[in-house]
Ligand binder design. Sequence first.
Ligand code: ADP
Ligand code: MG
Length: 259
Amino acid sequence: MNGRTDDKNGISGGFIKPPAVEIAGMHKWFGDFHVLRDINLKVERGERIVICGPSGSGKSTMIRCINRLEDYQRGRVVVDGVLLTNDLKRIDTVRREVGMVFQHFNLFPHLTVLENLTLAPIWVRKMPKKEAEEIARHYLARVRIPEQAEKYPAQLSGGQQQRVAIARALCMSPKIMLFDEPTSALDPEMVKEVLDTMVELAQSGMTMLVVTHEMGFARQVADRMVFMDDGQIVEVAPPAEFFAHPRHERTKLFLSQIL
Ligand code: ADP
Ligand code: MG
């Protein structure tokens, strides 16, 4: 068995592709602390999901389970048909397909922008340097900073650094992109340039799970909103419905605090 769930339930044969992400009955504990409780979420290919909720509700932990930065104890997480277990090969397979952008850009300070972008393609993908650099320049142009290739991260603004981090993830040709509060560490005047990059990425058809409290962005790109509180998914709804008619008291309270 190779972990492709579609191989064993008879719907393979190339006709039905598995969802991008399927989380089912998933629970996670940090020691005694039950941080995620019965998480169920299926994300189709090309879907854009925006996840919001109070600080400490488990948003980061949930999306980190999708690329196995965190493990889980019950239920299952299946990414592009691959069931995530402790098997390192599967973890590797999934990490190759899932790009992640964090609140703090996590660029290597001693490497230039171009070196930051080509490091993983060269060392993980075994790509020739010249090809990796061509791809890196392509994505730098896409995030609208082609002229910054030779600079070091500290020479860039926060917004530019975050766009480098997005370009760096794209250089690995991910099928799914995870964003964990990508604009919350930025000065206000830089938030828009990063959100614009993410909107363009969404328009290109990328499957995206985005933890953010940027509700303008959410209204613009989200197919579905996910609201989390206290380790649970409390509400899932299309943005129009979510903002106009939140069903749960906890959602109403949260929205009243941030809008
Ligand atoms: P959010 O991203 O919604 O703010 P997190 O997923 O970061 O929430 O955290 C959820 C809860 O888990 C919080 O109470 C946090 O303190 C706790 N937590 C997060 N990471 C760890 C860890 N490595 N060990 C123990 N507790 C953790
Ligand atoms: Mg978080």
